[in-house]
Design a protein around this ligand. Structure first.
Ligand code: ADP
Ligand code: MG
Length: 253
C-alpha cells in the first residue's frame, strides 16, 4: 500500500535519503541516510554549520535536486518516481521558494512577480486566489509598490515580494534558504515574523534553512544537521539555547 506523506500529517518527507556529489576519491557525502518529515502547518528551522547539508536537504525535498538513494515525497506525491516534466509540475504546484538572493524577475513589476507561479503553471488565478493575493499584498505592506520593479525596492521589500510570491499559490510547503542572509537584523526580524505569521495564522507549512540562532528561534521546531546527519530534532528554542546547540557539535569538516 502506498502511504502518502499527508496521511501522516506531513507536508514533505524524505526516507533513507543519501546524496553524494562527485565520484571516486573526490566523493562528498552531503546527506547520509536522512529520514525526516516536515509537519503540516508548522514552521520548521533546519540549522547546522556551513557545509552540513542544509541546502542539499532543502533542494532534494523541493524536487530541485535528485537523491542518490532514498525516497522523497512532496505534498501528496512521491517525487522519486516522477519524470522531469511531472516533477516540474508538482514542484510548481506544491512548493514555494524564498531565497537569500530574493530571485525576483528584474523585468517584471511587483504584481507580475507575485503572479508568476500562476503564469508558469499556465492558469489564471481564480477570483478567490486574486482575493488572497490582494490580501497578501496588503498585509505585506506592498500595496503602493505593485507597479514598481524589484530594483526600485529595498532588500526587505524585495524579500516581502518573494514571500508574497511563495504564499500566493498556498503551496504544501514553502522552502526558505537563509531568507534573512542579505538583510540587516531589523529587516530580517520583520521577515521572520512574517514567515512565522504565515504559519501560525494561515497554517502554512514552512521549512527554513538558517545558520542564525535568532532566525531559528522563530520556528516551532528545530532540526540540526551535522556532517549530513540529523543530530537534533526538537521543539522551539530561545536564540541563546539554539546558539548553544549549534556550538555543541564540531564544525562540519
Ligand atoms: P549547507 O547548506 O549546510 O552549507 P550544503 O548542502 O550546501 O551545505 O553542502 C553540503 C556538502 O555538499 C558540502 O560539503 C558541499 O561542499 C557539498 N556540495 C553541495 N553542493 C554541491 C555540488 N553541487 N557539487 C559538489 N559538492 C557539493
Ligand atoms: Mg546552504
Amino acid at each position: 500500500m502506498q502511504i502518502n506523506s499527508s496521511d501522516l500529517g506531513l507536508a514533505a518527507r524524505v526516507a533513507g535519503l543519501t546524496k553524494t556529489y562527485g565520484a571516486g576519491s573526490g566523493t562528498v557525502t552531503a546527506l547520509d541516510d536522512v529520514s525526516v518529515g516536515i509537519r503540516t502547518g508548522e514552521f520548521t528551522a533546519v540549522i547546522g554549520a556551513s557545509g552540513s547539508g542544509k541546502s542539499t536537504l532543502m533542494h532534494v525535498m523541493a524536487g530541485l535536486d535528485t537523491p542518490t538513494s532514498g525516497r522523497v515525497w512532496l505534498g501528496e506525491t512521491e517525487l522519486t518516481s516522477l519524470g522531469d516534466r511531472e516533477l516540474t509540475r508538482v514542484r510548481r504546484r506544491s512548493a514555494g521558494f524564498v531565497f537569500q538572493s530574493f530571485n525576483l524577475v528584474p523585468v517584471l513589476d511587483v504584481r507580475s512577480n507575485i503572479l508568476l507561479p500562476f503564469e508558469l503553471d499556465g492558469h489564471r488565478p481564480s477570483k478567490d486566489e486574486l482575493t488572497w493575493i490582494d490580501h497578501l499584498i496588503g498585509t505585506l505592506g506592498l500595496s503602493a509598490r505593485t507597479a514598481q520593479r524589484p530594483y526600485e525596492l529595498s532588500g526587505g521589500q524585495q524579500q516581502r515580494v518573494a514571500i508574497a510570491r511563495a504564499l500566493a499559490t498556498r503551496p504544501a510547503v514553502i522552502f526558505a534558504d537563509e531568507p534573512t542572509g542579505n538583510l540587516d537584523s531589523r529587516t530580517g526580524r520583520e521577515v521572520l515574523a512574517l514567515l512565522a505569521e504565515a504559519s501560525s495564522l494561515h497554517g502554512q507549512s514552512i521549512a527554513m534553512v538558517t545558520h542564525d540562532p535568532v532566525a531559528a528561534s522563530h520556528a516551532d521546531r528545530i532540526i540540526m544537521l551535522a556532517d549530513g546527519r540529523i543530530v537534533h530534532d526538537g521543539g522551539r528554542l530561545s536564540a541563546a539555547d539554539a546558539s548553544e546547540l549549534m556550538l555543541s557539535v564540531e564544525p562540519a569538516r
